[in-house]
Design a protein around this ligand. Structure first.
Ligand code: GLN
Length: 534
């Protein structure tokens, strides 16, 4: 056994990026949890950023926030949704964080005169982070971002190679995810890229124990013979993974390949029979074509990358499955709506309701305010998430005649900044990791729409914001047709608002989407989706 009793599974990827390594890692975790094991996951990313907070969501996708306030890679969202456990900051490790630690230690004299080197110092620091994240769990699954052979992920690959000496070979298992293209002309799946990738991995000192071969379409079992021979992995340890109809179906497809039992056996894990009953129900719902469909307009800035709003979309879908409807998600370009004279009613025509998700910067803000103004006036169901709350308050103020009402983020010179910068945030606007981050409690007033969703007066939700409601205007809310229905326990911060006398207009300063699960939809999203059902 490893010193702390944890077994480690390392997941690498080859041939190309975007193979769904995160989903694969999360699916393995799902199957091991279903066998009664305590599982943690960790994503190692080769970026030199210290965390994902400063990454551009257009390129990198959503920034996921953990309960303890880490700004993390979106794969952590998959992890949480697939194993229904809350991750913490140790589950997200970027090269920048490790480098910073090593350099800080060097400056503090901790290396006592040694030459500080990638090997062994940086790789040892990576291993320390991995060991720390795995402590207390039966199995710890570590996903290495990027593709094997990339220059920038070499130190992670070297660290996980060395790790088997630290923790013992018998406690480590290496899973390599590869891609198998299908060649139409010869009508066959080609294994050469997979072979080359395994050779690259071996060249770095790691012989994979398990091979997951991804393909667009189902490949015949016979390709396993070739993969096995040329990649040196036993047939029983190879899983063929064609595209699934729903990502949530991947654990079940993996289960059918028998690979989870192979992994459990190789790591000598004490497992019970898998209990996948609840997950089968989830997958059934994700793949049911319900007879009713609701259409939701997501008023967004980044129109070309679905990943930017990953948790919001997954939360909408989960709420829909459990409300027995299908959901059609449409993008409404907020920047188009920014333009003067744009007709909001026309832009959202066909939408049963609108969502204004989180965001930063000034582009598209006017468009979002216009949508909120329209939703208030025309009683269109509205769900506001963080920025969506802020824009809703501005909209209500403007509808009530305060034409210059705005947020400091949009206009720091306006006399009516109904949303302003939090007192302790002044001057930190361009710095990383300085926002109000992670879980904070909120007290909900009984008899409100917020209460109808949660059916509870005390909740905890995840935050990531710099601006907040300006308390100087709070007394005016009711005259603007809105109400602060959720507050911080000391009453100082507005956490939720809603429109008075409206079918559904609820917004939160926090991000409820991060706590939605495919098996447990989030109450705010369920409340919103139910309000759209005809
Ligand atoms: N930009 C706003 C703020 O910093 C909203 C943030 C968000 O939507 N996550 O407060």
């Amino acid at each position: 056994m490893a010193k702390n009793g944890t077994k480690y599974i390392f997941v690498t990827g080859g041939v190309l990026s975007g193979l769904g390594k995160g989903i694969t890692a999360a699916s393995i975790a799902n199957l091991l949890k279903a066998r009664g094991l305590r599982v943690n996951l960790q994503k190692c990313d080769p970026y030199l950023n210290v965390d994902a907070g400063t990454l551009n969501p257009r390129e990198h996708g959503e920034c996921f926030v953990t309960k303890d306030g880490a700004e993390a890679d979106l794969d952590l969202g998959h992890y949480e949704r697939f194993i229904d456990e809350e991750m913490t900051s140790v589950s997200s490790l970027m090269s920048g964080r490790v480098l910073l630690k090593v350099i800080q230690d060097e400056r503090a004299g901790k290396y006592a005169g040694d030459d500080v080197q990638i090997i062994p110092h940086l790789t040892a620091a990576i291993q320390d982070y991995i060991e720390q994240a795995g402590a207390g769990f039966d199995v710890h699954i570590v996903e290495i971002g990027g593709t094997v052979g990339d220059y920038e992920s070499l130190s992670f690959v070297e660290a996980i190679r060395e790790f088997s000496m630290r923790a013992g070979k018998e406690n480590c298992l290496y899973v390599h995810v590869v891609y198998m293209p299908y060649l139409g002309a010869s009508q066959e799946f080609k294994t050469k890229p997979a072979q080359n990738s395994v050779r690259d991995l071996r060249g770095l000192g790691i012989a994979p124990d398990v091979l997951m071969a991804r393909s667009e379409k189902p490949a015949p079992e016979s390709v396993k013979n070739k993969l096995s021979l040329f990649c040196g992995v036993e047939k029983e340890a190879i899983a063929l993974l064609p595209n699934a109809r729903s990502i949530y179906g991947v654990p079940l497809e993996l289960e059918d390949t028998g690979i989870a039992d192979v992994i459990a056996h190789r790591l000598d894990l004490k497992v019970s029979k898998p209990n996948l009953k609840d997950w089968r129900e989830v997958v059934k719902r994700t793949t049911t074509d319900f007879s009713d469909t609701v259409t939701v307009g997501v008023v967004a800035k980044y129109m070309d990358n679905q990943d930017t709003y990953m948790s919001v979309f997954e939360a909408l879908r989960a709420a829909a499955w459990w409300s027995d409807v299908s959901v059609d998600i449409r993008w409404i370009d907020s920047e188009q709506l920014d333009k003067e004279g744009m007709d909001v009613a026309a832009a959202i025509i066909g939408c049963d309701g609108v969502v204004v998700p989180g965001g930063f910067g000034t582009r598209g803000l006017e468009g979002k305010i216009k949508v909120a103004q329209h939703a208030l006036k025309s009683k269109v169901p509205y769900l506001g998430l963080c920025l969506g709350l802020q824009m809703a308050v501005v909209a209500a103020a403007r509808n009530a005649g305060i034409e210059g009402a705005t947020s400091t983020e949009l206009d720091s010179a306006s006399p009516d900044q109904v949303i302003h910068v939090m007192a302790d945030q002044k001057g930190k606007e361009l710095t990383g990791g300085t926002m109000r981050l992670g879980n904070y409690p909120c007290v909900i007033e009984k008899g409100t729409a917020a209460y109808s969703c949660y059916k509870s007066t005390e909740i905890d939700e995840r935050h990531r914001h710099r601006y907040e409601c300006n308390n100087a205007y709070r007394e005016k809310y009711e005259s603007w047709g809105i109400k602060a229905s959720g507050l911080s326990p000391d009453g100082q911060l507005v956490e939720m608002i809603e429109a008075i006398d409206h079918p559904f207009f609820v917004a939160s300063q926090f991000h409820p989407e991060f706590k939605s699960r495919p098996n447990r939809p989030h109450p705010m999203f369920s409340g919103f989706i139910k309000s759209l059902k005809k």
